[in-house]
Design a binder for this molecule. Structure first.
Ligand code: ZN
Length: 423
């Protein structure tokens, strides 16, 4: 946590400011940190020995929850950690920051409450919070790729290796199970940094406290288990959907830093035909040619060949324009992981050797990993079909007796489409 490194007098200033926002007290240390840098689930157990299953084997898959849905099971230690910070009043109660209602188009609402009120401050609804990090230092460009590991990313990883590019990968836990081979490929390329993008890519503000813990915890667990015991320290909320309740859970239980973005060139629109590749590139390149302050953290994805092309075709311009290009934690010379020193990724052990946490050595915690469910791409397609239907209805209304109503419905439909694909 950044605050750990502030001088005492500055810390007092920060704390008084934090106390002015009573819902987010005691942001100094997460439970993870207060426990001495070792969450009960990970601390110590990673070094106890024992044989960890071969990555990709049925035994390995059985270590993790079902794919593409919020996990319903988790180690008791995670629940205990949640109950502890709830009891300390560190998590905004649902009476103040309720669970958002998720609508079929991906929009969220809080009943009569405004999602952009200070008590809630949903980033996905347009409320910028100082608790999120969305810009890089002047002159710096942070490379991050969301939603992997996925097939289109393979070519990108080869490019990273050839060009010696160090990037942050905000991974979906379910995709790590499904595409473990691609994960291993990325892991073995020097300079790659791995962070959390949740287990099943949900709108996190629509989840219960327990579901948020499971989504974050399982993704941290699978990355730590299979990345030499290195425990993630950063996360990015899917669709940018995060509010004060979710921020507090992720910070107080796990101590993760929330990373959002600037700009969003909308590379995800190209594959579904909503924007041309050239239009995305033009927008992206305009930002890269633009002012160096603030620095950039572009939102980018490995969800399609087109999105990967856009990065590869734009990257030379980063260098031409003189940007200092690096992964996310190196933007601020932060530690890559919760258990690695700042700026020293070389603490990683020999590639190919799994030093992992056999956290289920007693066999008491059994979760099946039967896979199933839809992939992220399929979910996006279902959203597309839904909105195609709405738009057809809108056109019908437009041509029918009520032109104004048709225009309104059409506008809502287009807005829904935009929000659906915004990661
Ligand atoms: Zn995403």
């Amino acid at each position: 946590m950044l605050l750990n490194f502030l001088p005492v007098f500055l810390l007092a200033e920060v704390m008084s400011a934090v106390q002015a926002a009573p819902l987010l007290q005691d942001g100094v240390k997460s439970l993870f940190d207060r426990a001495g840098g070792g969450h009960p689930s990970w601390g110590g157990s990673a070094r106890r020995g024992g044989k960890f299953p071969e990555i990709g084997s049925p035994e390995w898959k059985a270590l993790y929850p079902p794919l593409d849905v919020p996990p319903t099971d988790m180690p008791q230690a995670w629940l205990d950690a949640l109950r502890s910070v709830e009891a300390q009043g560190l998590i905004p109660p649902l009476s103040v920051n309720p669970i958002s209602t998720l609508w079929p188009d991906g929009s969220r609402s809080y009943g009569d409450l405004s999602g952009i009120s200070p008590e809630i401050c949903n980033n996905g609804l347009g409320c910028g919070s100082p608790l999120d990090t969305s810009v890089a230092p002047e002159g710096m460009l942070g490379v991050s790729q969301d939603d992997g590991p996925l097939g289109p990313g393979v070519r990108l990883y080869e490019y990273f290796e050839a060009q010696n590019i160090s990037a942050t990968h905000f991974y979906v836990g379910s995709n790590v199970v499904r595409n473990y081979g691609i994960f291993l490929q990325a892991r073995n390329i020097p300079g790659q940094h791995f962070a959390v993008h949740t287990w099943s890519h949900q709108y996190t503000t629509s989840l219960t406290n327990e579901q948020v813990v499971a989504e974050i915890g399982w993704t941290m667990q699978i990355l730590a288990d299979n990345n030499f015991g290195l425990i993630p320290a950063h996360w990015r909320p899917p669709y940018g959907d995060v509010d004060n309740r979710v921020r507090a859970i992720v910070r107080e239980v796990f101590g993760l830093k929330t990373i959002t973005w600037n700009p969003d060139p909308q590379d995800y629109f190209v594959h579904v035909g909503l924007k041309s590749k050239q239009a995305v590139k033009d927008e992206f390149e305009a930002r890269v040619r633009g002012p160096k302050s603030p620095g950039l953290i572009p939102l980018e994805h490995v969800t399609s060949v087109e999105a990967v092309d856009i990065f590869i075709e734009t990257y030379p311009l980063f260098l031409e324009e003189g940007w200092n290009v690096t992964n996310i934690p190196d933007l601020w010379s932060e530690a890559w992981y919760k258990n690695s020193p700042s700026g020293e990724p070389s603490t990683r052990l020999d590639p190919g050797v799994s030093i992992v946490s056999p956290r289920r050595s007693d066999g008491t915690f059994a979760a099946s990993a039967t896979g199933g469910g839809s992939s992220l791409g399929q979910m996006e397609c279902s959203h597309m079909l839904l909105w195609a239907g709405v738009m057809v209805g809108a056109v019908g209304a437009w041509k029918g007796r009520s032109g104004r109503m048709g225009a309104l419905v059409g506008a809502v439909a287009i807005w829904g489409l935009v929000s659906t694909w915004k990661h």
